[in-house]
Design a protein around this ligand. Sequence first.
Ligand SMILES: O=P(O)(O)OC[C@H](O)CO
Ligand SMILES: [Mg+2]
Length: 219
Amino acid sequence: MGDVSGKRPTITHVIFDMDGLLLDTEKFYTEVQETILARFNKTFDWSLKAKMMGMKAIEAARVFVEETGISDSLSAEDFLVERESMLQSLFPTSELMPGASRLIEHLHAKGVPICLATGSHRRHFELKTQRHGELFKLMHHIVLGDDPEVKKGKPAPDVFLAAARRFEGGPIDSEKILVFEDAPAGARAAKNAGISEARQLPPRHSRSSLEFLNGFQPK
Ligand SMILES: O=P(O)(O)OC[C@H](O)CO
Ligand SMILES: [Mg+2]
C-alpha cells in the first residue's frame, strides 16, 4: 500500500524471522518429526512441514498429531516431550544460513534498525544461538515466542506487532517495515500485522539463502 500519491513509503526498519531464515534449524525439526512418525509407519511430507513452520511449539504440535492421525496414541504435549531431548542435542550445532551474517552486518553498519521476531521460546533460542551471539547482538531487540505480549503464534500478528512497538520511536508504521520470513504462516503473520513488505524466501534446498540479497541497498 502507498500514500495518496500512490508512492510506497520508504522502508526504514527491518524485522527478521530466525528459524529457517537466519539459522538452518528447520532441518532439525524435520529430522525429529520424521523419526517420531516412522514409529507409526507414517511419513512426514512437505505440505505438513509447511503448515507447522513458524508456529509456536504447542500450536505446531497440535497440527502435527491431528493431521498425521496419531492424536489417539500421542498427545501434542507428549509429542513435545518426546522431541525435546533430540532437539536439545541438535540445536547447539545450529549454523547460519548462507548470506545471513553479511546481510545483518551490512544493515547494522548502515544504521538500519533491525530486530528479530521468532516463534522460538527462550530456552531454544539460547541453544540455537550459542555459537552466534555476536551476530544476534546486532539486533536492536529480540521478540521470542514465549514473550508475554505474544499471546498467539504466527500466523497471528502478535510477534510482529510487538517487534514494531519496541523499535526506538515505536510503534513504527507497518508500511515502513520490511519482514524477511521463510514460512507461509510467518508471511501471513506479517500481512496480518499490516506489513505489506514481507519477503518469503524459499527453503534452502530450493536455493534458499539470503545470498541473493547481498546487493540489497537500503535507502
Ligand atoms: O521461524 P521462527 O523463527 O518463527 O521459529 C518458529 C519455530 O520455532 C520453528 O518452526
Ligand atoms: Mg522461520
